[in-house]
Design a protein around this ligand. Sequence first.
Ligand code: NAP
Length: 251
Amino acid sequence: MPTTDRTMIVTGGSKGIGAAIARAAGAAGYRVALTYRSDAAGAESVARDVEKAGGEALVISADVAREEDVLALFSAVDATFGPPDVLVNNAGGVGPLGRLEAISAAALHDVLAINVVGSFLCCREAVRRMSTGKGGRGGTIVNMSSRAAELGGAGEWIHYAASKGAIDSLTAGLAREVAVEGIRVNAVAPGLIATDLHAAAGAPDRLARLGPAVPMQRPGTAEEVAAAVLWLASPASSYVTGAILPVSGGR
Ligand code: NAP
């Protein structure tokens, strides 16, 4: 049975970790606004799962790297569900696999625009609505970092790791900036998680190759990341802010 009466925005909810977060939020009774960039069918299918689980769902097409899309996303949520209680900044991409000397300026701009600018813009719109200093009723923000931020992504994607390092700084700074305005800001830092991301980046064998080197000797699941996100979003973590929670099997 639904256990909450709150609205959660999940960016990148059409597949992978975002889809698992949206489904878990539906099972917890959230009204879930989930976004996609290209996979409309995936997003609609996740929305049906949210509804079957007892939640309400709203599907919105939005490229988080585009300010006009982010503004339209928050306006749509305002109009349908009212101001959000939870923002999960999950949408992200890794860009091309390869060493630093091979990356193009265009690819670098693209990965930073999605992962960093997109998360900043969504945080800005959420704070404008949630801040008790601006008439809001507070809320929680959960950012999607990665263990790559600390490990560095050598040989694969330093650009991606650096974008997640920026997410850690965003989390630390914003948590302190809005701590007395009723908003908690945390991040999860997944390790190696079994989603389409690896194959889509051109490394279909990555999970099998790197899984045994994880201290728990396996990749994690999207559901295991979602459980951590739901906890950080909930009042059960009421004294936690500015935390970056590894969900990585020890990686
Ligand atoms: P995924 O399966 O590739 O899903 C990525 C999601 O992000 C999709 O819903 C995609 O939408 C959306 N997206 C991508 N670019 C977007 C944009 N510009 N605007 C809006 N949405 C966009 O990846 P995942 O593994 O679930 O990853 C989700 C998050 O976890 C990412 O931030 C990733 O960096 C992080 N993470 C993943 C792992 C891992 O091992 N999988 C580890 C650490 C961190 P469409 O499909 O509709 O285009």
